[in-house]
Design a protein around this ligand. Structure first.
Ligand SMILES: [Zn+2]
Ligand SMILES: [Zn+2]
Length: 133
């Protein structure tokens, strides 16, 4: 934390590990999380209602604090939420689940034939056959 005179500038990095669910195979896995964090704090104007403020031109970059206490939890929480992957993967090349039987392909092939036509596409196959005949 740096006291710039008017404001307290907090900078740091959160190092932890999170538990995620792979968006392909749905397995849970742990993954390290390293999130940079920075925020600027300014003492709330005395006499003002708590939470008031937002009147200065750069109010959205400044967090008011009260009673000489700075609580960084909310800003850190938001930094972490922004840094988390939208579609976590247990491995970059995770094969995911078989679209046919739901078997986790990471454990090996499931025996479904690869040239099976997706039922949603079989109408298209008939259409193509019509064109070829
Ligand atoms: Zn996976
Ligand atoms: Zn399968």
């Amino acid at each position: 934390m740096t006291n710039t005179g008017r404001r307290i500038v907090a900078e740091g990095r959160l190092e932890t590990a999170g538990r995620f669910r792979c968006s392909r195979c749905l397995e849970e896995f742990r993954h390290p999380v390293s999130v940079p964090f920075s925020a600027e704090y300014q003492a709330a104007p005395s006499g003002g209602e708590p939470g008031q403020g937002g009147e200065t031109e750069d109010a959205d970059e400044v967090v008011w604090y009260h009673d000489d206490v700075i609580d960084t939890a909310e800003e850190i929480r938001q930094s972490v939420l922004l840094a988390l992957p939208m579609k976590p993967l247990c491995a970059e090349d995770c094969p995911g689940l078989c679209p046919r039987c739901g078997h986790n392909l990471k454990a090996g092939p499931c025996g479904c034939t690869l040239d099976d036509v997706d039922p949603r596409l079989s109408a298209l196959k008939d259409f193509k056959a019509d064109l070829e005949s």
